[in-house]
Design a protein around this ligand. Structure first.
Ligand code: FMN
Ligand code: ATP
Length: 307
């Protein structure tokens, strides 16, 4: 697996010399990002240099659009997934207020510190520097005077539109999990530590492992989904309610309630990963508890038969 370097003051930027870098946030590490990373691997193989995923330690929108940010994964998950894309190294630039305020030219000077890569791969929509003022032509002008080749690629498209993190977030918000997974090239997942619920699930004969996933990490629309749950190194079928259970909204705090099929272990305080596969129905408020139980049982039966 590729090492992760945090590009703080102690980072040796000579790592960039002769390298082929792909530059971006890479939230979701989707098929478009993987295409760009494979281009960096290709020029690295041709030139004999390293291939590097160049990114930021946080998502810049955490600084600028925190209230409406719906990330596809945590920063640690994003860096970790980048290490598994086949690049030789992942470099995370600390995205501080000061760095974000750099002019486009200053931004590039500070990023490379005098050690420019041989190739820099970006998408044609790439912007950089304060107020995202830097464009691909600006990048090319800087690169010309520093001996770097910029490869600005047309965005990889699917079904007639570019694959972007924004497009995937919109699909997830609408519960369109199959389409979102197609653009991600893998199932969308949520992760967290299992917390005790209210115990009402057990009383109803349907135990649930509960995650409290904050808004910033919950682009997926409320609803009931068929999924797989990874617990204790094993993968189980699962029926999942995403969102605060409408029938118990006055006392519920979990935002991802997972009924794991054929499982009755105690996994409180354990890490769980939930991979979403199909949307089953909207979440509803039930006045009759028996109707809620019968509906959930129907969802569990569907998962058992179809996943
Ligand atoms: C597959 C599934 C579907 C669910 N659908 C709904 C729903 O439509 N409306 C609702 O209010 N709660 C729904 N729930 C949430 C249950 O009401 C919840 O799991 C129960 O209140 C148990 O909570 P507890 O784990 O905190 O004890 C669903 C749960 C599961 C596992
Ligand atoms: N579909 C794509 N094909 C090729 N390159 C892409 C594609 N999408 C993004 N890129 C490039 O990958 C890098 C990372 O981009 P970024 O993280 O901004 O992705 P994004 O998916 O476009 O996100 P957002 O929708 O939030 O703008 C950038 O250089 C960007 O131009």
């Amino acid at each position: 697996m590729a090492p992760i370097f945090k590009a703080d003051d102690s980072f040796d930027r000579s790592l960039f010399k002769g390298a082929s870098c792909a530059f971006g946030v890479f939230d979701g590490v989707h098929c478009g990002h993987r295409f760009l990373l494979s281009c960096a691997q290709q020029t690295a193989a041709e030139n004999g240099g390293r291939s590097i995923a160049l990114t930021f330690d946080i998502d810049p929108d955490e600084m600028f659009n925190a209230d409406r940010l719906r990330k596809l994964m945590s920063n640690d998950e994003r860096l970790e997934m980048l290490t598994q894309t086949g690049v030789d190294a992942v470099v995370a630039l600390p995205f501080t207020k000061d760095f974000a305020a750099s002019s486009p030219e200053e931004f590039l000077d500070r990023t490379f510190g005098g050690h420019v890569p041989a190739h820099l791969h970006v998408g044609s929509d790439f912007r950089f520097g304060a107020k995202a003022a830097g464009t691909v032509p600006d990048l090319k002008a800087w690169a010309n005077s520093h001996g770097m080749v910029v490869d600005a690629h047309d965005l990889k498209s699917e079904d007639g539109a570019p694959i972007t993190a924004t497009r995937i977030r919109k699909l997830l918000a609408a519960g369109e999990i199959v389409k979102a997974n197609h653009l991600l090239g893998r199932p969308y997942f949520m992760t967290g530590i299992v917390k005790p619920g209210r115990g009402e699930g057990a009383d109803m004969g349907i135990r649930t492992a509960n995650l409290v996933v904050g808004d910033q990490l919950r682009p997926l629309g409320d609803g009931v989904y068929a999924a797989y749950a990874d617990v204790e190194g094993k993968r189980y079928k699962a029926a999942v309610n995403v969102g605060i259970a409408a029938s118990f909204a006055d006392r519920a705090i979990a935002t991802c309630e997972v009924h794991i099929l054929d499982f009755d272990g105690d996994i409180y305080d354990q890490y769980m990963k939930v991979e979403f596969i199909e949307w089953l129905r909207p979440m509803r408020k039930f006045d009759d508890i028996q109707e809620l139980i019968a509906t959930i049982q129907g969802n569990i039966d569907w998962v058992r038969k179809n996943l």
